[in-house]
Design a protein. Structure first.
Length: 229
């Protein structure tokens, strides 16, 4: 069993990197791939960089060069649900782009032609993750996460997004791109993120303050999953 783990920034993967055993580093197309073992599981951990394009490139390279059985996206996210608080875990059961608009051709906001509007997360992995979260006694929410190439902190931006996706629970800049690549390659995908901010006027300050701790919480969940996989 080989597990690929992707984080956008170093703070989102640093806790897992510190625990990897027999670590080897290989550079592929300017990306570093850290291979080794976590809880006796063969893992490939990598830093994608921020945004949809970087996340897509890294995920494609991961699949082509390492062919993992499962891919896990770990990190932080902004809450768009008032019930979610800082460091709460989110388990997306589906993902969508909030900044894709080809509605002039009758597609709903978020849908790329020839693709589903929503990319679904592997149900078995979701159930496994929930068991691990219960064991850790973390608070979590399952639902829709949205992805776009903007850091959301303005009220009018968030309002526009929620007008199209009123059931969304969180927002980020990579996860839907990763799930789209996994959809193409038929790879099981799981997203484990924790809330670092609330996508409001304090979002930048909150992200800087909380991203490390939020990522630690998400990493703990991933570690529990690796113990079982």
């Amino acid at each position: 069993m080989k597990i690929g783990i992707i984080g956008a920034i170093k703070k989102e993967i640093i806790f897992l990197l510190k625990k990897i055993k027999k670590c080897k580093i290989k550079k592929i197309e300017n990306f570093k791939f850290y291979t080794g073992y976590l809880h006796n599981t063969n893992v490939i951990i990598l830093l994608s960089g921020v945004g949809k394009v970087s996340a897509s490139i890294v995920t494609t390279l991961l699949i082509i060069y390492y062919d993992p059985n499962v891919i896990i996206n770990v990190g932080s996210a902004g809450s768009v649900n008032p019930l979610l608080k800082i460091k709460n875990i989110i388990l997306p059961n589906k993902t969508c782009y909030y900044d894709v608009d080809v509605s002039i051709f009758t597609y709903p906001i978020g849908q790329i032609p020839k693709y589903p509007r929503f990319f679904l997360i592997n149900t078995k992995l979701l159930n496994l993750a929930k068991k691990c979260i219960y064991r850790l006694k973390y608070k979590f929410q399952e639902g829709l996460i949205l992805t776009g190439d903007s850091f959301i902190y303005k009220k009018h931006m968030l309002k526009s997004i929620l007008n199209h996706f009123p059931l969304a629970i969180a927002i980020d800049m990579e996860s839907t791109a990763i799930t789209q690549v996994c959809y193409n390659f038929k790879k099981p995908i799981l997203i484990v993120r924790a809330i670092s901010d609330c996508a409001n006027k304090y979002a930048t300050w909150s992200f800087k303050k909380n991203v490390k701790q939020a990522s630690y919480c998400a990493s703990q969940v991933v570690e529990e999953i690796l113990k079982i996989l």
